[in-house]
Design a protein. Structure first.
Length: 225
């Protein structure tokens, strides 16, 4: 992990730890609840970009990994997905997603599960799977102090490899496996994992933001090579 990434993560962690009570933020012309200990999309431009970029399968099924506040899962339901499943390793994030599903009147179409990636999922497959990943790489022996650090750091990129390896098993035929990523992540290592699993990485769209340093955000798709 390089020094700019360290500083970016530390700044974000400080902002998140200052949230000591439930509050709201505005994004995509809607109000959203955020609970203490849950990653807030209000502090970076990434989640808002991904929420507008993801090709929601209207009339189909959608799975979001690492749902946090539920911004993208709720947006999927509002966009017309027939069914939405959202998972997060944090029980607080699961509560947060359900709160926003109720706020926007789509709680009848969203199922939220505490899960480490796909571990707690069984049954149906999905038309689209998306994860706004914890793209800042740290050494394999790094121990995350809690859910906020888990939302930002991936020791040894183990979670990214597990996502690529497990995602295909949860897709319907013709389904799409997507990843929200950033130039602050290790693009080379991600590509290595994809290639080893027989996948080709496609950039669906990208955009440069200054937060305040220059960062490029990517919506990536992984297809059979």
């Amino acid at each position: 992990m390089t020094q700019p990434e360290v500083q970016f993560a530390r700044t974000l962690l400080t902002k998140h730890r200052a949230i000591e009570a439930p509050s709201t933020f505005t994004l995509l012309d809607r109000e959203w609840d955020v609970l203490p200990g849950v990653f807030s999309p209000s502090f970076t431009g990434a989640s808002g970009l991904f929420a507008t970029w993801v090709p929601y399968p209207v009339g189909g099924s959608f799975l979001e990994i690492g749902c946090g506040t539920g911004l993208i899962a709720v947006s999927a339901a509002l966009a017309g997905c027939r069914s939405v499943t959202a998972t997060d390793i944090s029980a607080q994030a699961v509560c947060n997603t359900m709160s926003n599903a109720r706020r926007h009147g789509v709680d009848d179409r969203i199922r939220v599960v505490v899960s480490d990636l796909f571990n707690s999922l069984d049954g149906p497959r999905y038309d689209v799977i998306f994860w706004n990943s914890n793209f800042i790489e740290v050494p394999e022996d790094f121990v995350c102090a809690g859910p906020l650090e888990q939302a930002m750091f991936d020791p040894g990129y183990a979670a990214h490899r597990r996502y690529l390896a497990g995602g295909r098993a949860h897709l319907r035929p013709g389904g799409r496996l997507l990843l929200g990523f950033s130039s602050m992540g290790n693009c080379r290592r991600l590509e290595h994992h994809a290639t080893a699993l027989g996948l080709r990485t496609v950039v669906v769209t990208s955009e440069v933001r200054h937060v305040p340093a220059r960062v490029e955000y990517f919506l990536l798709e992984f297809v059979a090579s």
